[in-house]
Structures are given as C-alpha cells and as structure tokens.
Ligand binder design. Structure first.
Ligand code: ACO
Length: 429
C-alpha cells in the first residue's frame, strides 16, 4: 500500500498521509485538508470518521472480534473479574497480584459517599429515572472534592478515578433504595465490589443478603463485557467534554447522559420492555418483526443492529450462553428468554435483517440476566454505566496524555439563510 492517498479536485492535487493501525486498519489523515483546500469533510453520524488513535480496545465488526489492550474479550471474561479488567483498561497492562490487591482494597475502602450527597440523592422524586440521578450525583460528587478536580494534575486525577469507580455502585444502590422506599445499606469493606453492590441493592432492612456466587459471577461478566467499546456515543461524549479540560467527574456525568438514550445503553431497558410487550401479546414474535420492517412505523427491534458490528456481536454470544447457564442452574424458565431466542431465530432468517446485517447486540440478552439476578428493569442502564466507567475513564486519560490533544470542535456546512436585514418588530409578520 502507498503511504499517501491523492485527492484531485479540478486543477488541485493534494496528498494525504495514510495512517496504518496495529491491526492494519487504514485511516486517511485529513488534518491539513482545510488549510490546503478550504474544504471540510461531511460525515453525518461520523460513520467514516476516526476521531482519534487509541491503544485501548480493538474491535472488528465484520469478523465479530473484541479485544481490550490486545486480550480477547472471551479470555478476559473467562479469567478476570471486573476490578482486574478495570485495572487493565486504565493501565494498559494486567496487574500482578500485588498491584491487583492494592487497587482492589483502595476501591473497596472508598465506597462510602459524603452525607451531603446522600441527602441530594434522597431528595430526588422517588420516580426519578435512576440515570438522571446517577448523572446528577456524579457531578455533585465533585463538589465535595474541589481540591481534586484539576484534570491536568496526575495525583488528583488518580484519586478521582478511584473514587468514581468506588462510589458509582453506592450511588446506584442508594438511588434504587430511595426510589423503592427502603433503608439505605452502607458498603461493607469485607465484601468484594460486586458483592457489595448486590448487598446494597438487594439486602433486607437489616442488611442481610447472602450473595449467590452464580449471581456474583454473572454480574462480574456483565460488567466486564460492558467495560469498553472504543469510540461509541458515550465514550466519544466523555472525550469531547474532557477535551475542553473539563474535570473527570463532569466528563463522566456527560457520558452517563449519552448512554441513557434508547439507541445506545438505554436499549437494554427498552429491549426487556419490548420482550414483555411481545409476551403480553401472546408471544407473537412475527408481528413485531413485521412492524420493525415496516418503514411506515418507527418501531425498531430493540437490542438488534449495531453501527460497527455487521456480524454477530461477540458480547451477545457471551451473554446468551451465560443466560442459558444461569437459568438452567436456577432451574427456571424466563418466558422473556424464550421469546428472545425465538425473536433472534425469526429475525436472523428474515431477508430484511439478513440484507442489513442486523444481529442481536450486547443489549439483547443482558436484561434477561439482570432479571434473573433480581435487578429491576429501570436499573439496567445504570448497571451498563457501572460497567462502562473504566472504559470512559481510560479514554479520558488517553486523550489527556496524547501529545496531539486538541479541543474537539467539529465544523459544519452551513445551509441557512444568507445575510438578511433585521426588520423592526412592527414589520415582522
Ligand atoms: N430494527 C429494524 N430495523 C433496523 C434496526 C432495528 N433494530 N436497526 C437498524 N435497522 C435498519 C434501519 O431502518 C436501516 O434500514 P434502511 O437501510 O432500509 O433505511 C438500516 O437498518 C441501517 O440502520 P441505521 O439506523 O442507518 O444504522 P445505524 O448504524 O445508524 O444505527 C443502531 C445503529 C442505532 C444501533 C440501530 O441499529 C438501532 O436503532 N438499533 C436498535 C437500538 C439498539 O439496540 N441500540 C443498542 C446498540 S448497542 C449499544 O449502543 C450499546
């Protein structure tokens, strides 16, 4: 392959360097385009636009490959827990046992949140969506540590990062217990990260909760598999906001808001609601597949399709297997799992879905696992945020460490009116 690509526009001929990634992906470096030609690129939805070079996650949508720092997601899911995966994403290398134990204890010891923040969380309306509470609480968390919000101070950033990972489960669980009128259960330093979260969420009023090891494993798996997915909508949001030298709390709060949308992380909640609706409609899967194909209807199959995966999402495959195993161990049939499997079968044989390469995505089976564990549906996207947090932070850090970091500021092709005379109010129709 040549080192440059040539653009010919009329008389003008310009060369642009080709940037080759470590997996032989090719990027056309157009950073000098405007300076040399006065033109910009137009790529709505950023379908063809690489916003950065990144060494964190590799994914190949055609082949269904996902790796964190070079390690296959299947191997990480098999051999690591969530805290270990978080360390990997944040540091680029797996921890040795000493590093892991230091990181784990630092996180567990910081899971309590300030009293004032508890008051903020418990002053929200009980029916507030927990993603709104989560985003507001993460932003509010920074107000208790105002001497630690300088994004350019490595020491301050390090403690803020640990605090965010430590407190997100506590914020999430407290918002759930407040919404359901239950007493708050404080974190327990003797328990692990996932066990703590499950106990804070699901314990009785006296704090009694016996974590089923299968639930702990399943939740670890869910968090690991969600932990990063390169330049998705919420991660790009975190990078975009952080590029203004915004502190890490505010950047993560923005990422949480982006994740909330039903076309992104909110699809897990929307997917289970859709499966429930199909179940209530006599399990008529074909009717919903037809609706999704009907261009006159805005209905889409939630949990289907992906901007990058044009093959089976490897994360959906991991979750489907975990669903199967968990339900078998629990010896229960979740009707929604049966509907999900049927929906997948019908859709994958349908010409509409085949032609558009629409496969189940990460959100398709995750909800069935959350249900089996006892997590309420409105908390699903919050769990996604807990999982994605290390990925967001890793990207935020990588962006700040990059020598080529600049504020993110896309351009536009203006299509509005040309210069107009401003009429007096009396002359306006
Ligand atoms: N159901 C029915 N049709 C679909 C679906 C779907 N779930 N997804 C895409 N299509 C169709 C579109 O109508 C379009 O058809 P056309 O070419 O005839 O116009 C074609 O497939 C391409 O779809 P786009 O919307 O252009 O694809 P895009 O890459 O912009 O969107 C997205 C990807 C948002 C994920 C989309 O597939 C979707 O809305 N899926 C449902 C929501 C969902 O599950 N989101 C979670 C994604 S994973 C994550 O973010 C964690």
């Amino acid at each position: 392959m040549s080192e440059n690509a040539r653009l010919i526009n009329g008389e003008q001929e310009i060369e642009f360097p080709l940037i080759i990634g470590s997996e032989q992906e090719v990027g056309l470096d157009i950073s000098k385009l405007r300076a040399q030609t006065g033109m910009i690129t137009l790529d709505e939805g950023f379908v063809n636009t690489g916003s950065t070079r990144s060494a964190i996650t590799f994914l190949n949508g055609e082949q269904g490959i996902l790796r964190y720092c070079g390690y296959a997601i299947e191997d990480i899911a098999d051999k690591c827990d969530f805290i270990e995966s978080a360390y990997l994403l944040l540091n680029g290398e797996l921890p040795n046992s000493e590093q892991l134990s230091e990181f784990r204890s630092a996180i567990i010891s910081e899971m309590d949140i300030p009293e004032g923040l508890i008051n903020i969380i418990t002053s929200f309306p009980k029916d507030a969506h927990p993603m709104a509470v989560l985003s507001a609480a993460v932003n509010a968390l920074s107000t208790y540590y105002q001497d630690q919000v300088d994004p350019l101070d490595c020491g301050q950033v390090k403690s803020s990062i640990r605090r965010l990972i430590a407190t997100l489960p506590t914020i999430a669980a407290y918002s759930h217990r407040h919404a359901t009128g239950q007493k708050l259960i404080t974190p327990c330093p003797e328990l692990g990260y996932v066990e703590n979260f499950l106990r804070m969420m699901l314990a009785d009023e006296d704090g009694n909760y016996e974590a089923d090891p299968d639930f702990v494993d399943a939740l670890n798996l869910l968090l690991i598999v969600h932990a990063d997915h390169e330049q998705n909508c919420s991660t790009s949001t975190v990078r975009m906001v952080g590029s203004a030298n915004t502190n890490v709390y505010a950047s993560i709060a923005a990422g949480i808001c982006a994740l909330w949308g039903p076309l992104h992380g909110g699809a897990n909640e929307a997917c289970v609601n859709m499966l429930k609706q199909i179940a209530a409609d006599d399990g008529d899967v074909e009717k919903y597949v037809d609706m999704a194909k009907d261009k006159a209807s805005s209905f889409r199959l939630m949990g289907f399709g992906h901007r990058v995966y044009k093959n089976y999402d490897p994360r959906a495959r991991i979750f489907k297997k975990a669903c199967d195993e968990l339900l078998e161990k629990l010896d229960t049939d979740d009707p929604l799992f049966l509907i999900a499997q049927k929906l997948e079968r019908v859709a994958l044989e349908d010409e509409y879905f085949v032609a558009r390469k629409l496969y189940p995505n990460v959100d398709f089976y995750s909800g069935v696992i959350y249900r089996a564990i006892g997590i309420p549906v409105e908390m699903f996207t919050v769990l996604f945020a807990m999982g994605r947090l290390p990925g967001w932070i890793a990207h935020w850090q990588e962006m700040h460490a990059s020598p080529s970091k600049r504020i993110c500021r896309p351009r536009q092709v203006y299509t509005g009116p040309n210069g107009r005379e401003l009429p007096e109010i009396s002359e306006r129709s």
